[in-house]
Every structure is written in C-alpha cells, then in structure tokens.
Design a binder for this molecule. Sequence first.
Ligand code: GAR
Length: 191
Amino acid sequence: MKRIAVITSGRSRGSNFEAIARFLNDKPVEIAFVVVTSRRAPIIERCAELGVPALYFPMRDMAAFEAELLQALRRHDVSLIALAGFLRKFTPAFLRDCPCPLVNIHPALLPAYGGQGMYGIRVHEAVFAAGERVSGATVHYVNEEYDAGDIIAQREVDITACTTPQEVASAALRVEHELYPNTVWGLLQKL
Ligand code: GAR
C-alpha cells in the first residue's frame, strides 16, 4: 500500500483532490492526508465525505508550515505529494529535505502561461486573450521556481469553440481531472 499527500490552499475548490481520490479508490493507494491552509476551506467537508484526514497547517510562516509538513510526511510514510491549487513556492531547504517526489498540476500547456501570478482564471484569461486554439493541462515536478520543474505529462484540449475565459477554464479542468489522477497513479507504480 502506497500513501500520498495532497496539498491545497485557501483558494482550492478541491476538484483535483476529489478526482484523484475517486480514481485511486480501487487501487492499492491511500491518501494519507490533505493539507488545508484555512480552517474554513470547503475541501474539509469533501475530505470528511471521502474519509481522508484534513490537516490544517497555517501559512503565516513558511518555515513553520514546511516543518509541520515534513513531520507529517515522515509520520505517514508518504511516497508522493500532489499539489492541488497550492500557490506558494517551497524553500530550497524543504525541497532538499522532502522525502518524496513533489508534483503539481497547472491548467495550461507549460512552459506557456506559467510563472508567478499565473493561476486560476488569470491563466485562462491570458490564453483566451492570445486567441489560442488549444489549451490543456500539465503535470510537472516542483522546483524552486513557479511552474518551472520538469514536465511529466501534458494533455491538450481544443478550445476553438470557447467564447469566454470561463469556458476555457472548464475545458482545461476536464482535462486536469483525467490527466492528474492517471499521472499520479503512473508515478506511484514506478516508485
Ligand atoms: C486547478 O485548476 C489547478 O490547475 C490550479 O488551481 C486549480 C485548483 O483547483 N493550479 C494552478 O494554477 C497552479 N499554478 P481545484 O482545487 O478544484 O483542484
């Protein structure tokens, strides 16, 4: 049985967490815990429904957050971390000490439309404003820069029929929900 951790933020809706949890439900993988950075995060309710512990680590101080996270990763013997809507950079010290691979999903075709400030609807507004015909999602390893780690998997979606950034976001999110669970499962099988 492998164990993973999912790290979210106050802005996370929890839809990627839920997609991963449902996909892994019949696999020999357990979601050891979900990190939430707000006591009022709606994702806490989803965790309860799915029987996954939600650990609240406040984000006031990144060093304290990372120290709590490292302890939890070791305590639960976690094999992989999946970020889902977590928008902060990790410190080089944490990335060095982290006992397992750390991956993220981004709602566009990196390296385009990534980097600092590029999250949520801002990504899709930029894609839409540029008149792109294709968008998609990217799963990548996390390093010290925003959205810049090695790309693990990418999937495209045709957005020529989209008339608003919100429609681009919905198209990309459908791709995310397929790509992320499959990629996480593929990585776990290789560990
Ligand atoms: C997802 O669309 C994810 O790609 C994005 O945050 C959203 C979280 O949604 N992440 C980034 O933009 C990272 N740069 P969710 O909480 O419903 O999974």
